[in-house]
Design a protein around this ligand. Structure first.
Ligand code: ADP
Ligand code: SF4
Length: 709
């Protein structure tokens, strides 16, 4: 299949003939030190879970964004030295010459499309635990970052840096700069954000030094200034130097000479970097989930920066609307529109804006599954974009699909995320698609869940696909159409994909942490009962061993209706897995706001209609609470009866339909899994879907020696 015209233009040869006039400002080039960004779309550094272990996966992931029109494409954090070792989290390195080749693969890929390549050189300071290198973490004053989350906890506390240590770090930044230049990067970062080393020097809580690097603000900025200077010194005019900085805490600190310490830091370093990349401090605030943080949430913290520096400023805010982006530039908040999640969900966002196809933007839903992938230690996954991370290993492209040579017919049963994704991808490949949904509207669980507190943005999973399907002539869509096996066979399709989802059960949870028999009582409910307003009673216990968002959201929802809600879970935290998606602190805030009582490490064992009997998971200490009803958010089981009936009733003789089971009906999971399942199935109609390539590191001939100094 030929490549469609609209995805072939390099970022720096933008044809604006189809671009809405009000959006054209987004395609004005801008000077950043010695280099020129071709437009205002800047993919800021973000974790991808891709390291030197999978250099081709990484290069293709970043290349797709350059191809989609992002004028600057950045790496995630690239460690400058073994004393910045974030293992077991995946992180990249420029520790020696041996690391250059794999980064060069990325820069070449980005340059092929006329975009600039930026590298986020990084020293983690006291935040990293150096679990592999076993070097003492470095910090200005020996103050540790004592995480309370199990995955981040560590026992090695940082050492207090001597003057010689500071000189060493400056030298490591110089050496990493040299390697980054050799790898072909155009923009080189100094990182002073999110608890990492540069930030620790800025913040008085971390920096208690009484030498020239501590005390007054002028001294506390010195380390960052020297990092910028050493980078500039090494780079000359071969590359721009960017400063990435967190300003939230500093903006809250009063200052003798400036409006705040944030104003002071930006004033003191004003024109030292070529570019300011400004952000928040903690990951939950910086990369806020849409459930708790709206688009553009950083603005009140970073809105002053452009007034204090002449240098260009880039910032983020989960921007997906070109109108909002234009407003940021016109109002003088930002010069470049930073995108991390927006660029993962739709790598072709800039090209779509340029071509006047904003309706076709696959907008990020702010679920933060991409961040959970990093916490999981795997290459990025995205709920909205099933091709993210699959560009190289499966050859999936977000906008290109192999046209089938045999345009067969496909019936999809179920219009949730899996069914809609399968129908969309199959239709793009040229199949004749019929999709039938039992309910009177599309979206399955997304339609229901997006009506709960904070989840409205998730409806984009449904909206994007329903809109895209409605644009295609080879798709027939039917709501209010519950199909059984007989009705499905009578459609006469050559392929039938069953995407009928999963149902929640009333199963309890054993002390062995296994779902066991259902709790049988008429006032015991499932989430579906809450959606259909069957739940009665003023005093509700939400018992959650699903541990993701839904138990917490339902507790919030029921409390917002004026009920007295108790939340109990066998896990150590409410909605424990939301630690992975940066939501955990805000879950607690939301539940406190609604007056929900929380019991953790607590198991439900019985219910008589007025009292719920619970006990501590570990020591069996009993706990009873008054409750009129219980909602169990625990075990889900596949709704696969239509599939089973189809398998059993396949007509003998004649043409038999190929049967496929996908999404939650195959294996219940998060929305990201359902979308990926639908996508994998549909690509598999044309390509060999189960085969993917295994990436390998680019290894030097001899093992590399890594010296602490
Ligand atoms: P997934 O996440 O796998 O897409 P969902 O539960 O979100 O699963 O969606 C499944 C959809 O299938 C729901 O909208 C449900 O109404 C629909 N559905 C279930 N059984 C049938 C059926 N027999 N015929 C048509 N639609 C069905
Ligand atoms: Fe956005 Fe969710 Fe995709 Fe991340 S995983 S880019 S938050 S849609």
């Amino acid at each position: 299949m030929g490549q469609p015209e609209h995805i072939s233009s390099p970022a720096n040869t933008a044809d604006l003939s189809e671009c809405h006039p009000s959006h054209q400002i987004l395609f004005e080039p801008i000077q950043i030190g010695p280099v020129v960004a071709p437009n205002r779309f800047y993919q800021v550094p973000h974790a991808s879970g891709m390291t030197e272990a999978n250099p081709r996966v990484r290069a293709a992931f970043r290349e797709t964004k350059a191809e989609g029109g992002w004028g600057v494409v950045s790496t995630g954090a690239v460690s400058i030295h073994p004393s910045s070792d974030d293992s077991p989290l995946p992180f990249a390195r420029l520790w020696s010459e041996a690391d250059i080749a794999s980064h060069a693969l990325t820069t070449e890929a980005i340059h092929r499309h006329g975009s600039l390549a930026a590298v986020e050189l990084w020293h983690g300071g006291a935040v990293v635990m150096n679990r592999t290198s076993r070097l003492p973490p470095l910090s200005p004053s020996g103050i540790s970052w004592a995480a309370t989350h199990i995955g981040f906890m560590g026992q090695l506390r940082p050492k207090k840096m001597t003057g010689a240590d500071i000189d060493d770090v400056l030298e490591w930044q110089r050496l990493a700069t040299r390697r980054a230049l050799d790898a072909g990067f155009d923009i080189l970062y100094v990182y002073a954000g999110m608890g990492y080393l540069g930030y620790e020097f800025l913040l008085p809580e971390y920096n208690h030094r009484d030498d020239g690097y501590g005390g007054p603000l002028e001294n506390r900025v010195r380390f960052v200034r020297e990092m910028l200077e050493v980078t500039r010194d090494e780079a000359g005019d071969r590359a721009a130097v960017a400063l990435r900085i967190s300003l939230e805490e500093l903006r809250g600190k009063p200052s003798e000479h400036y409006e705040s310490e944030a104003h002071g830091v930006v004033s003191l370093l004003s024109n030292v970097p070529d570019l300011w990349d400004v952000k928040m401090d903690s990951s939950p605030n910086d990369c806020g989930a849409s459930r708790f943080r709206p688009e553009g949430a950083h603005e009140p913290i970073i809105d002053f920066v452009k007034r204090v520096t002449d240098r260009p400023v880039v910032g983020v805010g989960r921007f997906t609307s070109p109108d909002t982006m234009v407003s940021q530039i016109r109002r003088g908040v930002l010069d470049l529109i930073g995108g991390a999640r927006a660029s993962i969900a739709d790598p072709f966002l800039p090209n779509k804006v340029r071509q006047g196809r904003s309706d076709d933007i696959r907008e990020c839903i702010g679920c933060n599954i991409c961040i959970a992938s990093w916490h999981d230690g795997v290459p990025v996954r995205c709920t909205q974009n099933a091709t993210a991370g699959e560009e190289w290993r499966r050859g999936w492209h977000p906008e290109r699909f192999t046209r089938t040579e045999k345009p067969a017919s496909l019936l999809v049963i179920g219009g949730g995320p899996a069914g809609l994704e399968a129908a969309h991808v199959a239709a793009k490949q040229g199949f004749e698609v019929t999709i039938a949904e039992r309910a009177d509207d599309w979206g399955g669980r997304v339609l229901q869940e997006s009506q709960l507190p904070g989840l409205a943005t998730w409806r984009r999973v449904r909206d994007y696909r329903v809109w895209a399907l409605s644009q295609m002539g080879n798709v027939s869509m039917f709501t209010n159409s519950e199909l059984d096996a007989e009705a499905a066979i009578s459609v006469g399709a050559e392929h039938i994909a069953v995407a009928t989802g999963a149902r929640w059960t009333r199963r309890l949870y054993s002390a062995l942490e296994i779902a066991v028999d259902a709790l049988d009582h008429p006032q015991v409910y499932t989430p579906e009962d809450v959606y259909s307003e069957r739940l009665i009673g003023d005093r509700v216990l939400v018992f959650d061993y699903d541990n993701y968002y839904l138990g917490g959201v339902l507790a919030e929802h029921l409390a917002a209706q004026g009920r007295t809600v108790t939340y109990a879970t066998p896990a150590g935290h409410a909605s424990a897995w939301t630690f992975m998606t940066n939501e955990l602190p805000f879950v607690y805030q939301a539940l406190a706001h609604r007056g929900v009582d929380i019991h953790t490490t607590t198991n439900l064992i019985g219910f008589d209609g007025t009292r719920a009997a619970m006990q501590n998971l570990f020591n069996a200490t009993p706990l009873e609470i008054d409750a009129d009803s219980i909602v169990i958010v625990g075990h889900r089981e596949s709704r696969d009866t239509v599939f089973e009936a189809l398998v059993a009733s396949k007509p003998s003789g004649g043409e038999q339909p190929c049967l496929h089971l996908i999404g939650d009906a195959l294996a219940p999971g998060a929305i990201v899994h359902a979308v990926h399942s639908g996508h994998t199935f549909a690509r598999g109609l044309v390509d060999e879907e189960t085969i993917y390539l295994r990436d390998e590191p680019i290894v030097p001939a001899e093992p590399t020696r890594v010296f602490p100094r």
